[in-house]
Design a protein around this ligand. Structure first.
Ligand SMILES: Cc1cc2nc3c(=O)[nH]c(=O)nc-3n(C[C@H](O)[C@H](O)[C@H](O)COP(=O)(O)O)c2cc1C
Length: 220
């Protein structure tokens, strides 16, 4: 089956993307409004996209009903700061609660019962139960089309909970122990990060380019 994405309704395009580009890591974003209300919400249009400087990207869609910016997008545009907190299995339920469309004056920190700690270099707090948190500043907010803002952020300061640091000298983390979760296909489906396998990165091997039959001619 093929799809001409240019002519499909937005909801169908969303379905095709979210059912196939999986799993997606979840940024549980804390931000602060100009009037000081702390906001928390999960975003799975999220990934790391660079390390010099260290960059993350977020896809912040508009509210489907009102077509207005979600609180997270408005806060980041207004204040230029946010924290990306990664989500562990134990926080799945509370993270999900924080995705309810609460009005801007309601803090999901209280609504969902999220425990926070102060950040070091940005105003919004980080989530205390997250294995990893990244304090970020807005680098660019790109309105592409009318329904979304692509937010690029620079990670200024990183927190990795001590229990997940296996070697401080060599900066080794026990990532499987973090039990991070990701978003997968369909409404409300998640994946655990517990089915890893390893492949060594190969060196380039020019002999693989030998034309078919050449090996036989060479008596190999
Ligand atoms: C796991 C998960 C991932 C989500 N990912 C996104 C996303 O990438 N982009 C988006 O606009 N909304 C996403 N949402 C929906 C927002 O979390 C939801 O609209 C929320 O109410 C926004 O809150 P805010 O207005 O406080 O920012 C996601 C929801 C869940 C549960």
């Amino acid at each position: 089956m093929q799809f001409d994405m240019r002519s499909l309704p937005m909801a169908v395009r969303y379905k095709i993307i979210t059912s196939t580009i999986t799993p997606r890591p979840i940024a549980w974003i804390t931000s602060m409004s100009a009037s000081g209300v702390v906001n928390a919400a999960p975003y799975s249009f999220f990934n790391a996209v660079g390390s010099e400087p260290p960059l993350v990207v977020l896809g912040l869609l508009k509210e489907p009903a009102s077509r207005t910016l979600k609180d997270t997008a408005r806060n980041i545009v207004e204040t230029g700061e946010f924290v990306v907190n990664l989500v562990c299995e134990d926080d799945a339920e509370i993270m999900n609660q924080s995705s309810a469309a609460a009005p801007p004056e309601v803090s999901e920190i209280d609504y969902a019962g999220i425990r926070t700690e102060p950040s070091v270099v940005v105003a919004p707090p980080r989530i205390a139960t997250s294995p990893v948190s990244f304090e970020c500043r807005k680098v660019a907010a790109l309105d592409i089309g009318t329904q979304q803002t692509v937010m690029i952020g620079e990670i200024l300061y990183a927190h990795v909970r001590d229990e997940f640091v296996s070697d401080r000298e060599r900066i080794y983390f026990d990532t499987p122990a973090m039990k991070l979760i990701g978003r997968t296909h369909g409404s409300g489906w998640y994946v655990r990060n517990s089915d890893a396998f390893q492949l060594e990165r190969p060196r380039f091997d020019p002999s693989r380019l030998a034309p078919a039959g050449e090996d036989e001619a060479a008596g190999k």
